[in-house]
Design a protein around this ligand. Structure first.
Ligand code: AHG
Ligand code: MN
Ligand code: MN
Length: 337
């Protein structure tokens, strides 16, 4: 019989191997996975579970909230608040941080999430996901403040996402490579399907919302123009394009077969650094990509080295196959000179 490794077993083995996962972090990851399982079941029910459509409210970013955005947010909070492993949580769907209530013991970890990524895909039965990032509260000062969360991505102790697609798959790193687990619905547990995932350094596939092209700045246009020129252009090869409109799904494809994903700054909202959020979208995805041998920048510098100053801070994102990310970054730095 082939050995089936559950997420629980994987985490226990990681804990034993070299203490990479302290018991409280292991509990945290188990709880996040359990919450994702619940979200997956809600997503699957769709119209039958009355989870589709708008909730009739807006989040702090001015985006219309879908019912599933709120269900996923509440599921993650309820699952995580009582275990004693967390000090506080922060979410795309909440303006401020959520400190673990007094009635529960307080732990030393900080959890951030995008409870439902790719909200525009919910109502059309396309892939969506949950993205999460875990930090440790460093200061021993009493209470928890926003500033406890303001740590660069290189301080993450765990990061991952769960994609709700044809399969529900949880992808995780604790700094020892990237592992993927698919949900076995009969058994109710996540089973390891691949370890030490590596993405190729070169690729012929890019992901970007091309409808924004006229709003980009020159280096971004240059890169895409050269890709579009194909065999006849300076790149001397034909490129393919994919855009799912859910970062989770686009990053998942890149972890599976390589590629480059971009959401650059653009002129539509010039005062914002980009569309995606640094703390609970870009940082966890950047760490996964780097752990798989790829690279991730904001077109100029490594995303994981950016010092956050706001919970919902935005950032330009270029991530994926190393040589393409380096090329996009180089075009920007050359243009700056
Ligand atoms: P969210 O649903 O959490 O707000 O995130 C959506 C993000 C990201 O997942 C995706 O890559 C991007 O927005 C899609 O943007 P466009 O609507 O410009 O395609
Ligand atoms: Mn998102
Ligand atoms: Mn979201």
């Amino acid at each position: 019989m082939t050995r089936r490794v559950s997420l629980t077993r994987y985490l226990v083995e990681q804990q034993r191997a070299d203490g990479r996962i302290p018991p409280q972090l292991r509990l945290l990851l188990e709880v996040v996975a359990r919450a994702c399982k619940r979200i997956s079941f809600a997503v699957n029910k769709g119209e039958l579970g009355e989870v589709m459509g708008s909730a009739g409210s807006e989040n702090v970013q001015g985006e219309v909230q879908k019912k599933l955005d709120i269900i996923a947010n509440e599921t993650l909070i309820e699952a995580n608040e009582w275990g004693g492993h967390l000090a506080a949580m922060a979410s795309e769907e909440m303006e401020g941080i959520y400190v673990v209530p007094n009635r529960y013991p307080q732990g030393e970890y900080l959890l951030m999430f995008d409870p439902l990524d790719g909200s525009s895909n919910i109502d059309i039965n396309m892939s969506i996901g949950t993205i999460f990032s875990v930090l440790k509260k460093h200061d021993a000062h009493p209470g928890v403040h926003d500033s406890d969360f303001f740590q660069p991505g290189n301080q993450q102790v765990a990061a991952g996402y769960c994609i709700y697609g044809p399969q529900t798959t949880l992808v995780l790193t604790v700094g020892d490579g990237v592992a993927m687990f698919t949900l076995d619905r009969e058994q109710g547990s996540f089973i390891l399907i691949e370890e030490n995932i590596k993405i190729p350094e070169d690729t012929k596939e890019f992901a970007i919302n091309m409808s924004n092209m006229r709003h980009w700045d020159e280096p971004m246009k240059r890169y895409i123009d050269e890709c579009l020129a194909g065999e006849d252009g300076p790149r001397g090869k034909n490129f393919n394009m994919r855009w799912v409109a859910a970062m989770v799904a686009d990053v998942h494809r890149i972890l599976c077969r390589g590629g480059v994903f971009m959401y650059p700054w653009d002129k539509r909202e010039p005062h914002k650094a980009g569309k995606l959020r640094l703390m609970y979208e870009a940082n966890p995805m950047s760490w996964l990509i780097e752990q798989a041998g790829g690279a991730s920048t904001n077109c100029r510098e490594r995303i994981m080295d950016i010092q956050p100053t706001e919970l919902h801070q935005r950032v330009a994102v270029v991530l994926g196959s190393k040589n393409e990310v380096e090329r996009v970054t180089r075009y920007h730095l050359e243009a700056d000179k």
